[in-house]
Design a protein around this ligand. Structure first.
Ligand code: CTP
Length: 397
């Protein structure tokens, strides 16, 4: 969906500028045309030559370059794009933007542009947390500018906390969401996917046969309709889709924490095959064989993530979709499960081994709502995902 679209990429002067080289490569892979602009400070971190080589286009650096002005003036340059992205957006660049300065090419373009602007902040955590930066961030958002990130994590300066620039794929996802005009544009959706692994000891765990294929396909289909998607995934066999924010977890408890952190969302699809039980006290050291004595595992019940979110008193997503993996009496059990858990829809499937559904590429589902039950023919999981995404878009319209 980015093919043929044009991005004006303003690279600011921070160590995260190196990530822009990878970002450029990812955007070119998607067929996007990128016009790069480097601030003076950015040129200390990446060279115009490497940026030009990856972008396959001329790099702009100077406000008063007469050749540039005769070829393409700065006003025109600021308006040729579908989107302007500032990455990394340093504290200084953000301050300039919030204050309306126009004393170099980057800040002048940002003042002159009439296209949407997105920034990916990157700086030391104290600089990010500084009241001045927080004030500027709030001002920029109030001015209609979209912020992607920053993330928390280890920094080049050795400190740990918020301030890291979002990863290139997260930025690509945000660009897609910003440029999409699909029916889910502006909506935030959550998808859980894959199995969970519940540890017995550091080397053993309890798991299930879920591949994560259906959840991954649903996340991709929602993103393709323009949604901003948070994809919370257990250790799945299939890779997460591009263009979504991926949160990788292992256990049900971690999945619940990640889901709660992702709220508020407009809609949530719980496609994960969450383990119902965990080992009550997972051992810190490997359990050793003990002369024929068999270990006894005690279980504790895991939180029911779907039920917990469905039954939220305040801030509940407008649409909550659960899955029901059943081996007998599929429709009746799924209808009862919908009521018991309190979700709006249940997508039920028959996971007996002979169906080949769990871990396979196809699915045959029944979509159960408060007053209907539709049985869809067996089809590719990607097709189920597209149909379901269309349904979700209609329900959230
Ligand atoms: N689910 C969840 N948290 C759990 C268990 C299940 O969020 N701890 C969600 C699944 O993601 C799915 C739905 O609940 O959307 C139903 O999962 P399923 O395994 O079919 O049902 P269970 O709740 O485990 O009930 P049972 O095992 O009795 O069928």
């Amino acid at each position: 969906m980015l093919a043929g679209k044009r991005l004006l990429l303003i690279i600011g002067g921070g160590i995260a500028a190196y990530k822009c080289l990878d970002l450029l490569r990812r955007l070119k892979e998607q067929g996007m045309q990128v016009t790069p602009v480097l601030t003076a400070a950015a040129q200390e971190f990446v060279t115009p030559l490497s940026v030009a080589a990856l972008a396959g286009e001329k790099v702009y650096t100077d406000l008063f370059d007469l050749t540039d002005e005769s070829e393409m003036g700065h006003i025109q340059l600021s308006r040729v794009a579908d989107l302007v992205l500032v990455a990394p957006a340093t504290a200084d660049l953000m301050a300039k933007m919030a204050g309306g300065h126009a004393n170099d090419l980057a800040s002048t373009l940002l003042m002159a542009t009439d296209t949407p602007v997105m920034i990916a902040p990157a700086m030391n955590l104290r600089m990010w947390q500084h009241p001045a930066t927080q004030r500027n961030a709030a001002q920029l958002q109030a001015d209609g500018i979209t912020l992607v990130g920053p993330n928390a994590g280890g920094m080049a300066c050795g400190e740990y906390g918020p301030g890291r620039m979002s990863e290139p794929l997260e930025i690509v996802a945000a660009i897609k969401a910003a440029l999409s005009n699909g029916p889910l544009t502006g909506k935030r959706l959550l998808v859980t996917s894959g199995p969970t692994h519940e540890p017995i000891d550091p080397v053993r765990y309890i798991a299930n046969r879920s591949s994560g294929a259906q959840g991954s396909a649903i996340a991709a289909a929602l993103a393709a309709l323009g949604a901003e998607v948070v994809f919370v995934t257990g250790p799945a066999d299939v890779p997460p889709p591009e263009g979504v924010e991926v949160v990788a977890v292992q256990t049900a408890a971690e999945m619940l924490a990640a889901v709660e952190k992702a709220l508020p969302v407009d809609g949530a699809v719980f496609a994960a095959a969450v383990a119902d039980w965990r080992v009550a006290s997972a051992q810190k050291s490997k359990i050793k064989k003990d002369k024929g004595k068999l270990p006894v595992l005690e279980f504790a019940e895991n939180p029911d993530i779907l039920a917990q979110i469905s039954q939220m008193k305040t801030g509940r997503p407008k649409l909550v979709v659960g899955f029901a993996a059943e081996t007998d009496d599929v429709i009746a059990l799924a209808q009862a499960k919908r009521v018991r858990k309190g979700c709006d829809w249940i997508v039920a499937n028959d996971v007996r081994p002979q169906t080949g559904i769990m871990g396979g590429e196809e699915n045959a589902v029944h979509v159960i709502t408060a007053d209907s039950c539709e049985s869809w023919p067996r089809m590719q999981k990607t097709q189920v995902a597209c149909q379901l995404a269309d349904r979700i878009a209609a329900a959230l319209a």
